[in-house]
Design a protein around this ligand. Sequence first.
Ligand SMILES: Cc1ncc(COP(=O)(O)O)c(C=O)c1O
Length: 483
Amino acid sequence: MNTDYIPIMKSLIDYLDEGAVSFHMPGHKRGNIYKKVGLDSLFEDMLALDTTEVPGVDNLHCPESAVLEAQKLAAGAFGADHSFFLVNGTTSGIYSMIMASADPGDKIIIPRNCHRSVYGAVILGRLVPVYIEPEIDYGLGIAMGIKPETVENAIIEHGDAKAVVITNPTYYGVCSDLKKIAELVHKRGMILLVDEAHGSHFCFNKKLPMSALEAGADMTSQSIHKTLASMTQSSMLHVKSERIDIEKLKTFLQLVQTTSPSHILLASLDTARYIMQQYGRELLDDVIEWSNWARTEINSISGCCCLGRDSMGRNGAVSFDPTRLTVNFGASGMSGTKVEDILRRDFKIQMEMSDLYNIVAITTIGNYRSDYEAFVNALKILVGGLETGNAKYMSASNLLRTQEPSLMPWEAAYCKKEQVDIERSIGRICGEMIIPYPPGMPVLVPGEPINRETYEYLKLCIEQGIKINGASDPKLKTIRVVK
Ligand SMILES: Cc1ncc(COP(=O)(O)O)c(C=O)c1O
């Protein structure tokens, strides 16, 4: 083994040297936001700033001075009663907000396509998940919004559930009718929790969809690092409600976070708040204008279309994040994954993600107009010359119906597992998450039985080149089952 180099640092430096346009997180885009507002020297001497809780530097877990003040300022900026800084990402915010809202054995209503951290909270909190299904746009091949009627039916059928979780916006930038959902949830005395990992910027510009707190959510967790200026891993949890036991919430926040939080991450959250209050609206005005320009240009290219107004008003979607560019290539016959590869290789543009039919660009106030121009020009060259194809979205609707679990997810988590050939998995209990992209909906969750229909569907996914997330063997030749 060559011990003479530092592989992780090398990978970072190589990527930096490549100088690719960043349409991925973190939102500060290699510090561009800091450059735009003249604060680029702030984090220059990172090693010298890296300090523990010496006198004068506050403590995240029992804040009394700087951290307390910064959290209060954040609460003011984001419209919360209380804001908590997080150093273990929105993942830790989701764990804490869910476990503070429901006790072991309680029911919690969650979207079937929620992020794995919600499933994580269900396992850690030993909760009983009640699934609600988002609508699917079969043209785009993605999960869209959750209809208020879907939530209403679930809360009527499961009146004993403690809370409802909604992802708003989705990774693809789609928003549900959160205001209506909040009214329905509160009428039944339940708590509304929002996974707002991708929506931290919403409250800073009126041209953006309504933020979760504005819509009436009790708690929301936001990845400030994804769409604003803080560093990777730093997030915030906001509370605006009388229904939340703040002391219980604080207990869980301590449990799921390190006892040695990085003060650099905390300072970056504080700075992200400062930047948005000082410059946010104008910087967002620019980005919204550039994104809208790019959306129009992309829609003029034969073979691709960019998610936007045309897809709203149906499939549970009421609004979308204009800064998120979700581009569909279904009509070009080219896969999103292939487009993502070519953009990086030939045009030095790196996307946030791709699936079989789509690519997703996270654009933030850290991007420049030239980034959008480069993206549009690349797509014109790349897709413009193609014959239009006829990619068909394979319907997963039958399989998306929730199956009766054999074990609760937390029970399955504690069971011994074994890896078996996929052919031999029928009749076994699944021990892992199996999430085909598209549409990004788990087909199997730990504790659910694997039946022939599921097996046939997964085989078809692999044949069609659909990405399988969550699986220990992404090629799905084998699958992890309960022993
Ligand atoms: C919808 C959604 N929720 C939650 C998370 C977790 O956020 P974090 O990476 O800040 O822990 C992610 C991360 O990608 C996400 O996409």
